[in-house]
Write a protein that binds this ligand. Structure first.
Ligand SMILES: C[S@@+](CC[C@H](N)C(=O)[O-])C[C@H]1O[C@@H](n2cnc3c(N)ncnc32)[C@H](O)[C@@H]1O
Length: 272
């Protein structure tokens, strides 16, 4: 069952670079704050896992001009977008689940990606153990599962249809019910015996969004993709209309016309 759910969540999720990049300023800030905390002088081999449009991989290639930098993603659309900007980064299509580095990397960096993968209890130790001596694993993941925007996705799937009926398939509802990211203390327990140093923290950003239904626009670029990819026709329209109505109540427009979208993120920096 876990494998089927994972396939819906990741391999079945089509990405739209344009939609994802609509909020690039808000999305870039935690990526930069994560990079700031990487305690390496001159890494030689760097992987950006789930590199998306490649902005951070390009930045790392500029920051460490002597390093070999690889941007890895399983979305051809994202990699096409990444490769459309000139850089010396090498882009690789691969699935993080099965990816193994040819040589031990000095830095494995992964921003806003590993929440899409199951099996963190095995994945995180494997990534740290694959590092070169003194190497670093730097990860940021959104803690969005418990936020109203994501709770309302699950609730709308459960009872947003006519007469309070569920929408979508049972598999879709189960996959959306999965809590993607563990608690901070769980990552501590998983990594402390394998790490020379371990720094874990959370930050909540009070994001100020503009435009109509900006929270819907935000999740349309990320967490809502499995739902939108899975529903079709009238059922999809019913879901979006009801979900939009619930989001408007949960995230009202402020008197100045903006919408506040508090967003919590978990950061992990572990050295081997
Ligand atoms: C939310 S985007 C983050 C992109 C980029 N790291 C950023 O910070 O802008 C998540 C990325 O992870 C990729 N991804 C999801 N599951 C993956 C997997 N199993 N293997 C490789 N890439 C994956 C997606 O294709 C997408 O580009």
């Amino acid at each position: 069952m876990a494998t089927r759910i994972h396939q819906r969540q990741t391999a079945g999720t089509k990405w739209d670079p344009q939609q994802y990049l609509k909020f690039s300023d808000h999305r870039l800030r935690p990526a930069l704050e994560l990079l700031e905390r990487v305690p390496l002088e001159s890494p030689r081999l760097i992987y950006d896992l789930g590199c998306g449009d490649g902005k951070m991989a390009r930045l790392m290639a500029e920051r460490w001009p002597d390093a070999a930098v690889f941007g890895l993603d399983n979305s051809p659309q994202m990699l096409e977008k990444a490769a459309s900007e000139p850089s010396r980064v090498e882009w690789r299509e691969a699935d993080i689940h099965t990816w193994q580095p040819d040589q031990p990397p000095d830095l494995i960096y992964s921003n806003a990606t590993l929440q899409w993968l199951d099996g963190h209890a095995a994945l995180f130790p494997r990534l740290v153990e694959s590092l070169a001596d003194g190497g670093c694993l730097a990860v940021q993941m959104p803690l969005s599962w418990g936020m109203p925007s994501h709770r309302l996705m699950r609730e709308t799937l459960a009872d947003g249809g006519p007469e309070g009926n569920p929408l979508g398939t049972e598999i879709l509802r189960q996959s959306m019910a999965r809590k993607w990211v563990l608690d901070a203390a769980d990552y501590y327990d998983l990594l402390v015996a394998r790490s020379g140093s371990l720094d874990i923290w959370e930050t909540e950003y009070l994001q100020v969004l503009a435009g109509d239904d900006p929270v819907l626009e935000w999740v349309t670029g990320t967490g809502l993709r499995p739902v939108l990819n899975s529903l079709a026709g009238e059922e999809r329209e019913t879901f979006v209309a009801e979900y939009r109505r619930r989001l408007r109540a949960a995230y009202p427009t402020r008197p100045d016309g903006h919408t506040l979208y508090p967003f919590r993120r978990l950061f992990i920096v572990a050295t081997a």
